[in-house]
Design a protein around this ligand. Sequence first.
Ligand SMILES: Nc1ncnc2c1ncn2[C@@H]1O[C@H](COP(=O)(O)OP(=O)(O)O)[C@@H](O)[C@H]1O
Ligand SMILES: [Mg+2]
Length: 152
Amino acid sequence: MKDNNKAKPINSIKCVFPIKSVNEGLSRMIVAAFISQLDPTVSELADMKTVISEAVTNCIVHAYRDVTDKTSAFIYISGEYYTDGRVIIRIKDKGVGIENIKQAREPLFTTDCENERSGMGFTIMENFTDKLRVYSKKGRGTTVVLEKRIGL
Ligand SMILES: Nc1ncnc2c1ncn2[C@@H]1O[C@H](COP(=O)(O)OP(=O)(O)O)[C@@H](O)[C@H]1O
Ligand SMILES: [Mg+2]
C-alpha cells in the first residue's frame, strides 16, 4: 500500500485470543498498555479503550454468533504507532463477514434486535478515532482498522 506519510513505525504489537467474553476486557487493557508508551491524555486513553471494546464485542457477538465452542474461534489484533503519533490498530475475525458494510456503518443499524443492541458500535468507533476502515467478505471474516493520533 502506498503511504505518502514519511513517519516511521516505532513499535508494534500482535496478539491472538479466543472469543471468550473475558477477553474483551483483556484486549482493551493490552491496547491501552501499548499506547500508554505514547503518553496519551486520559481522554485519548478512554476513547481508545471504548473503540477497542466495540470492535472486539462485534467479533464476539456478530462474527462468531453461531460458534458454540468459545475456545475454537479467535480474534486477531495487530497494530503499530509511528513517529508522528499515529496509532493504527487492526481487529480481525474469521467469522461470518458483513454483507453490506455501508449499511452496517449507519447509525442505529443492527442485525441483532433481539438482544436490544444499539446499532451504534461503528458510529462510536468512527467518532472516537481519526479514521475507521472496515473490510469484510461474507463467510470469510472482517477486519476493522482504527487510526488515531495520540499524545500530540
Ligand atoms: N465483526 C463483525 N462480523 C460480522 N458482522 C458484524 C461485525 N461487526 C459488525 N457487524 C454487523 O454490523 C452491524 C452494526 O454493528 P454495530 O454498529 O457495532 O451495532 P451493533 O453491534 O449494536 O449491532 C451489526 O449488527 C452486525 O450485523
Ligand atoms: Mg456493536
